[in-house]
Design a protein around this ligand. Sequence first.
Ligand SMILES: Nc1ncnc2c1ncn2[C@@H]1O[C@H](COP(=O)(O)OP(=O)(O)OP(=O)(O)O)[C@@H](O)[C@H]1O
Length: 244
Amino acid sequence: MTTATVSLRDLRMVYGTGARRVCALDGVTTDFPPATFTAIMGPSGSGKSTLLHCAAGLDRPTGGRVTIAGTDLGGLDESSLTRLRRDRIGFVFQEFNLVSSLTAAQNVALPARLAGRRPSAGEVAAALAEVGLADRAGHRPSELSGGQQQRVAIARALFNRPAVLFADEPTGALDSRSSRQVLELLRTVVDEHGQTVVMVTHDPLAAVTADEIVVLADGRLVDRLTEASAESIISRLATLEPTC
Ligand SMILES: Nc1ncnc2c1ncn2[C@@H]1O[C@H](COP(=O)(O)OP(=O)(O)OP(=O)(O)O)[C@@H](O)[C@H]1O
């Protein structure tokens, strides 16, 4: 049996108390195996971002267990969790989150430098070449298109060769051409480098790039779709939207 890169068991997340209590995750159990690409979909408020943040160790769930590459995150203190996030997990956000005063190369090298490593110029150049931006190393984010900024963010997230890359709406701020490039890049990460990608998206055209689509509704996992067409995804999601 292959150990899942990410394993979620009965994951629960409750925010607030009393009248303000929200159950964002209500017992989600699933595995993300090595070298797979999973899309997380579901209506607004269904718990997609909460799931991603808990799975990536950015938030602590109120119940259940998250295991990454065999390590139970619940058993880690803050500094061990920070180290695991740095070494084993990459995260990409909708809004890129690059440091505006740094060049593309400096942004890519930043997490490694913060971890006390001094990556060589050659290593950084190779990381940028992998995302098709070898000629943009000296450019600052404001001098790059949205799609290029997201590819720099992906190069940065992959720089430490994490076991898993989590992406929260990575194409949400991009036009269709840039979206396609980013999705192709994520596919390459899985198919050629054997890493695991978990991506939250609202876009059925983005979701069809994944091997499997996990559908959430009201904090629960309600469906898994494989080889689904964009049309069938839209139909499935329509059944979950509030009708009032
Ligand atoms: N920090 C928080 N405090 C209180 N409630 C929260 C918090 N974060 C999320 N929630 C609630 O938890 C539920 C799930 O939110 P989450 O952001 O995970 O949903 P989502 O599926 O990612 O939504 P969207 O597609 O709109 O981004 C929502 O009802 C939301 O209001």
